[in-house]
Design a binder for this molecule. Structure first.
Ligand code: NAD
Length: 293
């Protein structure tokens, strides 16, 4: 038996992933409440969301009326209490266990009994995030891919205490939202990041060792392997700061040296070369928009 989901809350909705997840939910017909810490963060995301749907209209993917209907389903708030009426709350806040655990405890205090809490964590354990939140059976992993509004994959992982009904309901929501769910275990990095974090670090170490320029590494990978995007371009999109956080969450658990942060990554983050979001990473960007149309 699955529950009916009508209203979806997104925590960290001013951020890269949260903004995209809110688009996915609203576009599929769910009332969507976007929550973040600061109104200005939410406003920046809202204006990028309007730009995204504007391009969708220009490209004939939706009509102007459909765009207005979707935007009317979306609201923003800095008050956690506004998520009380949500059937499903998906968090995409900073990749830090303590922050996510505190958020889930707070959400448990404000949300209805039936509300399911989902985490978009890339590397942390769903079981640990759910631990002591007060509704461990109603917590599930839903790992969207960047950019969420364009990428269909969601890695779905149950924690040790997740009920079958919670998992099935979240899976049904993913399908209703037009996404492609796959089931993974509650293991660091699930499928994608378990493979990508070490690979992207190998690429950063190759750049640091002077093996080739970022442009030539990307050209080699795209041409030979048929990837649409090279790893340096992808790292700029993910955000170098996010890659560093992934390494710091991943390495202590896996002790895999390839998952430890390369010195060049630390230097780039310290210098503010965060990728697309700061206008400069392995490449430079005039347009700092988090996502296009
Ligand atoms: N960037 C990626 O490629 C990617 C891909 C998949 C999953 N993820 C995961 O998504 C999550 C967010 O990553 P991101 O890259 O979008 O980060 P981000 O830094 O772009 O955004 C995080 C947002 O969370 C907000 N926030 C922080 N603490 C909060 C709190 N307590 N309550 C409400 N909002 C809070 C911040 O204000 C910010 O707007 C992480 O768990 C990350 O691992 C990231």
């Amino acid at each position: 038996m699955t529950q009916v989901i009508k209203t979806v809350g997104v925590c960290g909705a001013g951020g890269t992933m949260g903004a995209g997840i809110a688009i996915v939910a609203a576009r599929a017909g769910f009332e969507t409440v976007s929550y973040d810490l600061k109104q200005e963060t939410l406003e920046r995301a809202a204006s990028q969301t309007a730009g995204f749907f504007g391009k969708s209209v220009e490209r004939g993917k939706m009509s102007g009326v459909e765009r207005d209907t979707v935007l009317a389903r979306m609201s923003t708030t800095t008050d956690l209490g506004a998520l009380a009426g949500c059937d499903l709350v998906i968090e995409a806040v900073f990749e830090e266990l303590g922050i996510k655990q505190q958020l889930f405890r707070d959400l448990n205090g404000v949300c209805a009994e039936h509300t399911i809490l989902a985490s978009n964590t890339s590397t942390l354990s769903i079981t640990e995030i759910a631990s002591a939140c007060g509704r461990e059976d109603r917590v599930v992993g839903m790992h969207f891919c960047l950019p969420a509004q364009l990428m269909k994959l969601i890695e779905m992982s149950p924690g040790m205490n997740t009920s079958q009904q919670t998992f099935d309901t979240a899976w049904a929501f993913a399908e209703q939202a037009g996404q492609t769910p796959v089931k993974t275990q509650d293991k660091p990095g699930f499928i994608l990041n378990a493979l990508l974090v070490p690979f992207n670090n190998d690429v950063i170490r190759a750049v640091e060792a002077g093996v080739a320029t970022p442009a030539d590494i990307d050209a080699a990978i795209k041409t030979a392997l048929g990837y649409k995007m090279g790893p340096c371009e992808l790292l700029d999109l993910i955000g170098l700061d996010t890659q560093l956080r992934l390494c710091e969450a991943f390495y202590p658990v896996t002790l895999d040296v390839r998952s430890s942060a390369p010195p060049l990554l630390r230097r780039m983050v310290a210098a503010g070369h965060l990728g697309r979001k700061s206008g400069r990473g392995f490449f430079t960007y005039e347009n700092k928009a988090m996502f296009g149309g």
